[in-house]
Design a protein around this ligand. Structure first.
Ligand code: GDP
Ligand code: MG
Length: 459
């Protein structure tokens, strides 16, 4: 169901979660992907434009990147949920119901009626189906056969050509049932004769609900159909079939919402059980494969210590960034938990090729660096330069912290890089923020450090 939209949405969430900064470039690229996906799902261009503008203007709203990320993901989620219909609209059934189903030929009316019969029978209703499709000879057979399959009576008359007479024939017997699902004849197009026939049936049968069945294949043209039938025969809502086999489902869903017609159910296959109530919220989280996103966002929020951040920025600006500050930076990274568990929580990222070895290597490196910093004297931590030429000091620290002099040299290099780059960096547009694996490489770390410096932020 809507695979390509789902893929794009997941990709967008990945892009946002793994990006270091939420900037215009990121928002633009997400909007572009989304536009493509929505248009290929046959969503109305005007609607796509409107949605894009909203995401663009709202997307960068917050000051801190952590909040921006959360905001942007929620924005994406909420806006798409909204164009698909927003709140779930439920078909509320009373004790006694008579539901008339209308729609063009081949949209799935008869199949849907039997699916709903099965659905409500399982929920304890006494269901009967009434076949009033007098136009196509095979229609009654089909309803009968489907009825046998699910063990629900199908009232049909293969000879009678007047739907009202068929109803009158079974009227008394139908009183024994509390949910009557009525099949009607379709047409190739929305003809006057169809509307007249439905109006006629409605006058006599007095259905409690009239529901339009459309196939997802018709995409955004569902809007005119739903609007017209609302005006003429007064439909209550819509069921969209073939959600499983049409790429235009997005168009059909959004069009119904635009026509102010509630989508109660969606058909997702040919079998009796292939029907489900339509809830835009859960539909989207399923498309997104949301994972444990909320808790990730929570964690990202928790480690962002505003005060420490400001202090660090100030020290960087003043060129007073010491190894203690560097250790603090490592701490806040580690307080997010093992890197591997973090990547697992990010939808999609868990599946990418961020190798366990690499992450472990990164983690143990960070741990060693912290041990090494702890073994230094205050003088060394504040003026790490004195360590560079004094091998004796390096050996002492390595011995005291269970690390190697090589590791300490690497630590010093990393520290120096951040410090130097913080005080004047060139443009960094070529950093690929969406690829965490690349980001972990030393070269990227260097570029990143530059970016940190430029933006005067560490995280
Ligand atoms: P009607 O003319 O409106 O009564 O349409 P039918 O109920 O006879 O269905 C037409 C065809 O669409 C049949 O072959 C059904 O099996 C198929 N169909 C109906 N609903 C679905 C659905 O949700 N998914 C798929 N894949 N096929 C469906
Ligand atoms: Mg039919």
């Amino acid at each position: 169901m809507l695979e390509s939209l789902g893929n794009i949405l997941r990709k967008s969430v990945d892009k946002i979660t793994s990006a270091i900064f939420v900037d215009k470039k990121l928002v633009d690229s997400i909007v572009k992907d989304l536009q493509r996906a929505l248009i290929s799902a046959d969503v109305n261009i005007a609607l796509v434009k409107e949605l894009s503008e909203k995401i663009k203007s709202e997307g960068e709203k917050y000051v801190k990147d952590v909040e921006k990320k959360e905001h942007l993901i929620k924005l994406l989620n909420d806006e798409i949920t909204e164009i698909l219909g927003g709140e779930k609209k439920e078909l509320k059934l009373e004790k006694q119901e008579k539901i008339l189903f209308v729609g063009l030929y081949g949209t799935g009316k008869t199949t849907t009626i039997s699916k709903l019969a099965f659905y409500y029978k399982k929920r304890g209703r006494k269901v009967a189906m009434l076949g009033l499709d007098v136009h196509r000879p095979a229609a009654s057979d089909q309803l009968e056969q489907l009825g046998k399959k699910i063990d629900v009576p199908a009232f049909v008359d293969k000879q009678e050509k007047n739907p009202i007479k068929i109803y009158e024939k079974y009227e008394k017997e139908l009183k024994k049932y509390d949910l009557i699902l009525i099949d009607s004849a379709g047409r190739d197009a929305l003809e006057k004769s169809l509307i007249e026939e439905i109006k006629n049936i409605s006058k006599i049968l007095k259905p409690t609900h009239t529901i339009l069945v459309i196939a997802a294949d018709i995409g955004q043209t569902a809007k005119t159909q739903a609007q017209k039938l609302k005006e003429t025969i007064g439909i209550d809502g819509v069921i969209i079939t073939r959600m499983d086999s049409s790429a235009k489902a997005g168009g059909a869903l959004t069009a119904c919402h635009e026509a102010n017609a509630s989508v109660y159910f969606i058909g997702t296959g040919e079998k009796p059980q292939d029907i489900e109530t339509f809830n835009p919220t859960s539909f989207i989280s399923r498309l997104l494969g949301m994972g444990d996103l909320e808790s990730l966002l929570e964690k990202v929020r928790n480690v962002t210590d505003d005060k420490a951040q400001k202090k660090l920025t100030k020290r960087l600006e003043e060129g007073k960034f010491t190894l203690d500050d560097f250790a603090q930076q490592l701490d806040s990274m580690q307080s997010m938990g093992p890197l591997s568990s973090i990547t697992k929580m990010i939808p999609g990222l868990g599946k990418t090729k961020v190798s366990e070895d690499m992450l472990e290597g990164q983690e143990s490196k960070m741990k060693h660096w912290k041990h090494a910093i702890k073994s230094m004297t205050l003088e060394e931590r504040e003026n790490p330069e004195i360590l560079e030429k004094q091998t004796a000091r390096l050996q002492r620290i390595a011995k005291g912290s269970g690390t190697t002099t090589g590791e300490i040299r690497q630590l010093l290099k990393q520290y120096k890089m951040i410090k130097e780059l913080a005080s004047g960096a060139k443009g960094l547009e070529d950093i690929d923020m969406s690829n965490p694996q690349k980001l972990m490489s030393n070269k990227q770390m260097m570029k990143l450090a530059k970016k940190f410096g430029k933006k005067k932020r560490m995280f």
